[in-house]
Design a protein around this ligand. Sequence first.
Ligand code: ATP
Length: 330
Amino acid sequence: MIEAQSLTRRYGDFLAVDRISFSVNEGEIVGILGPNGAGKTTTIRMITGFLPPTSGRVTVAGRDIVENSMVARRELGYLPENVALYTEMRVQEYLIYRARLFGIKGAEARQRMSEALERCLLTDVREQIIGTLSKGYRQRVGLAAAILHRPKVLVLDEPTIGLDPKQIVAIRDLIRGLAKESTLLLSTHILPEVELLCDRVMIIDRGQIVAEGTPDALQESWVGNPVVRIELETPSADAAARFAGIAGVVDVRPDAERPARLEIECESGRDVRAEIFRAAVEGSLTLLELKEAKASLEDVFVRLTTTEEARLGAAAEPAAIEPQGEEVPS
Ligand code: ATP
């Protein structure tokens, strides 16, 4: 449904997206995950035709987004990071207006509007002026506008950014519902979002894809040393030294806030749980918990991506260049 080939974008001398290639298959929910400044928004803006790539090519449902822009965009619903709404308009008035932009008029436009209002749980606020809605509701209006023309592909840029936890849950439910009918590409830097919503994830860092796969496969691909977490009944001053003496243990790290909890890192391929248990008994230490810790998606993410501090230390941010293409409704 989406094919990106060697997609590249420069802002002046700065390479924001560097030869990214990927595809999103019909019916999939794919997440683009990356730290701030990784190039997620730039990638999404190129895919949606709002920013021309410096080089490379994107097709949506087989149509080139640059050469065949109008046709390709009909297959695409896009919710930008900062959704531009006409705040002085009422919700239904705005949706009718957006429908007209797609050439949908009269009874058909009203039908599509009602459908979108219902799906995005906006029926109760249909008469309300957009400027008086909460951020969560405005986000829903943006989503309703994005699905009016029944696109085959939905592209959502940070759909839950700036929302409170309750609104986040509501928007995620909504996205899950929309995903039943559309192929979905969403960008986020929120890890649970990816785990909860996506079939597949691409981790982007410094403009390149550094890992790709299902959330489970990425966790399994973790190549760090195995870790065992234990909790003692009471903190013990000599516990760390006792466990560090076990053959195969690389490091013992007590939890700074809860010193009765320790993280025991072992050599790759070693299972030292039995030895830990025996060492605890020999030292008269009561174990409340002993378990092998699985790598989380967060571990994978942190290992593969650069922190913003490191990035800013390595290279100064580029001077802002006015992007081409508008994100207001066109
Ligand atoms: P965030 O999660 O913070 O939104 P992102 O992954 O979406 O980040 P982008 O917005 O795509 O990242 O930005 C990628 C890089 O390109 C950043 O270093 C950013 O400063 C730079 N950049 C983005 N837009 C411009 C522009 N118009 N002019 C110059 N540099 C830009």
